[in-house]
Structure formats: C-alpha cells, structure tokens
Unconditional design. Sequence first.
Length: 131
Amino acid sequence: MSQANFGIGDLAREFGVTTRTIRFYEDRGMIAPRREGQRRIYTPRDRTRLKLILRGRRLGFSLAEIAEIVDLYDAPRGEGRQLIRLMDKIAARRDELKSKRRDIEASLKDLDGVARNCRKRLAELNKGESK
C-alpha cells in the first residue's frame, strides 16, 4: 500500500472513531474504498470525505444533508458550489440553534420561577410548623 492510501485502522485512529463508524458511512455510500480481498484501501479522497462527514456530524447536520454537501465535492465546479451550499446549511443550522437557545433560556427562567415559588411555599410551611 502506498503512502497516499490508508487502512481502516489508520483512519479510525486519526479521527478518533471506530472502524464500525467508518463502515457505517461506507454502507451509506458516503465513502467508497477499493478492496483488495477483505482489506479496504482508502484514498486521500476518501479521507477528505470522511473528514467532511465527521465535521458535518459535529455541527449537527443530518446524514442526508452531509451526503448532499460531500457529493458536491466531486461535482464539476464542486468546491464553489459546495461552499455556497455549506454556507446556506450553516445559516439554517445557526438559526435552528439560536431558536433552541431561546427555548432553553425561557425554560430555565420558568424553572427558576417554579423553584422560587417552591422555596417560598416551603418557608411558609416551615413557619406554620414552628408555631
């Protein structure tokens, strides 16, 4: 195997994932190593695609969204189209996360109010018991 190629174990160690994770993305057609018998041989292209897939997962994109973006990598004029599509996806994901943050902040405020009322009621109950 040349220096430009990688085994599944090499990629698993480099990216801190299991070989099962890599096979999962292979089963989904997101990466396509060549085979030498039972051995999978990953090219620099496969490595780049895996890196993009894992980055997309960390950012919270669905597998379908990631596949769309990664497939643009191979399309003619792929990089420019890929970057524009990725920026669109990032904007949508940011909006989604900001909305979730607002929901979480509202929930925390509600919980603080309920906890405050509980403490107040407990104090009242304790006063009544000490008489």
